[in-house]
Structure formats: structure tokens, C-alpha cells
Design a protein around this ligand. Structure first.
Ligand SMILES: O=C(O)CCC(=O)C(=O)O
Length: 202
């Protein structure tokens, strides 16, 4: 585990419950996964904010076991079946980290203009007190975490092949985001593996 986090100068005796593992995927595993991503049904969702329609600044796909539906801004999304390499990555998370996931959200950021705003992964369909694991491919981007009520803020530059785990408790107390980084000109793909309560919306 690396300790490559930078705080903003506030008292950092309070730290988020996360782990960062550099080089979780080998170069060969990364290229196999990257090749498979080109086949994914990535789409740019439209959301309505205060009655106005917006396209979200990234493309997404949702894969998982039967019944692992996910709600994104009033839209219910049913999972696509697991592609073979992604399924092997899920298996690796189980073998190496004893983390048992049944769904994954894939986000593709075309360049540093694509981003994700502050949020917690606290949707009701997510199994309470479960971890969320994030695997990164492609461009290095800053993953930023801030406490919901205190000033503490941490920046984790995530490189291609890194694994980042948000442990139970993280979503209750902390927010996270992937801010714009306009100097980044190449794509980044991120996989957030989740434990979903099957048939929650059925
Ligand atoms: O791309 C990232 O690292 C952030 C993804 C994220 O925050 C999410 O899927 O909830």
C-alpha cells in the first residue's frame, strides 16, 4: 500500500478509510482490459437538474449479476452481463483481497475536461457497510476526498493499473470527486466494483 496522499495543510489526524495499491494490474492485464473496453456499450447519460437536461461529462456502462439494478438520477439501469476480462478482474479482487462484488460501474473520461462532481456512493441498493473498489486504466487523474463536515481534504493521484479501496464507513462521512484536469489530453477508464442488493428495485 502506498501512502501517496497529499493533504491541504489542515490537521490530518483524521483520514478517510481507504487503501491505495499501486500496480495492482500488470501491463499485460491492463492491455487486455483496455482492448475489451473498446467493445463496451458506453453511453453518455442525460440527467435533469432543476428541470434542465444535461449530458453527464463522461460515458458509462453498468455490468453485473442478474437483478443488480442501479438507479442513476431517476433512471433505472439493468446490468449488462459480465464480459470475460472484467469477470476475471472481479475474480482477482476476490482472490487477492477477499472482496466479493456483484456489479461494476465503468466510467470513461475522454480527457481532462470529463469529470465527476462531489458525491458519496450511498445509493440504497448498495449493500450497507460494504467496500467499493476502484481500478484505474489510462491517464493519471486526481481522485479527491473531503470530509462531509470538517475541512479535511486528500488528493490521491491514481495511475493506470492502481487499485483504490473505499472501506465501510467511507460513504457515510466522506465525499469524493474526480475534478477536471485540463492538461490531461488522453482517456482514463475507471471501474468501481460494488456489492448490490439483488432485486432491490423489482
Ligand atoms: O473515476 C473515478 O475514479 C471516480 C468514480 C466514482 O466516483 C464513482 O464511480 O462513484
Amino acid at each position: 500500500m502506498t501512502g501517496n496522499l497529499f493533504d491541504d495543510g489542515t490537521n490530518n489526524s483524521i483520514t478517510p478509510p481507504v487503501s491505495h495499491f499501486s500496480g495492482f494490474l500488470s501491463a499485460q492485464q491492463q492491455s487486455l482490459l483496455l482492448a475489451e473496453v473498446t467493445l463496451y456499450p458506453l453511453t453518455q447519460l442525460e440527467i435533469t437538474v432543476y428541470g434542465k437536461k444535461h449530458l453527464i461529462p463522461r460515458t458509462q456502462a453498468w455490468f453485473g449479476d442478474e437483478g443488480c439494478d442501479y438507479r442513476y438520477s431517476k433512471t433505472l439501469i439493468s446490468p449488462e452481463p459480465w464480459p470475460p476480462i472484467l469477470s476475471r478482474l472481479r475474480e482477482k479482487l476476490f482472490q487477492d483481497c477477499q472482496l466479493d462484488f456483484n456489479a461494476v460501474l465503468v466510467n470513461q473520461y475522454a480527457n481532462g475536461s470529463d469529470c465527476m462532481g462531489w458525491h458519496s456512493d450511498d445509493e440504497p441498493e448498495i449493500q450497507p457497510n460494504s467496500a467499493i473498489a476502484s481500478v484505474t486504466l489510462g491517464a493519471c487523474r486526481d481522485f479527491v476526498i473531503k470530509h462531509k463536515t470538517l475541512k479535511h481534504k486528500f488528493i490521491y493521484p491514481l495511475q493506470s493499473g492502481d487499485l483504490f479501496i473505499m472501506h465501510p464507513g467511507m460513504q457515510q462521512e466522506w465525499l469524493h470527486s474526480l475534478p477536471k484536469r485540463l492538461k490531461v489530453t488522453t482517456p482514463r477508464i475507471n471501474f468501481t466494483f460494488r456489492r448490490i442488493i439483488a432485486n432491490f428495485y423489482r
